[in-house]
Design a protein around this ligand. Structure first.
Ligand SMILES: [Zn+2]
Length: 82
């Protein structure tokens, strides 16, 4: 079992596989992910800060998606902030 902390609401929950989002925030999480994905399709050279500003979310959240490995697959040019 893993002890996870939801990145949206900070709730602590347990699961069999490592997770970053609790059940309650899954919809929000997917909305954010789709928005980031669409933005990067239009502006593939954006960095995390630009994406965050454009979508009104925090750069930390954008970086979180990257560290989950959900964005890097199709976005080779997506830069990580120093
Ligand atoms: Zn949550």
């Amino acid at each position: 079992m893993y002890t996870n902390v939801c990145k949206h609401c900070r709730k602590v929950f347990k699961s069999r596989v490592k997770q970053y989002t609790c059940k309650d925030c899954e919809t929000t999480d997917n909305l954010f992910f789709d928005a980031i994905y669409d933005y990067l399709k239009k502006y593939p050279n954006s960095n995390a800060l630009q994406v965050a500003e454009a979508l009104g979310i925090s750069p930390y959240e954008v970086i979180q998606y990257m560290s989950e490995g959900r964005l890097s697959v199709s976005r080779g040019r997506f830069e990580r902030l120093q």
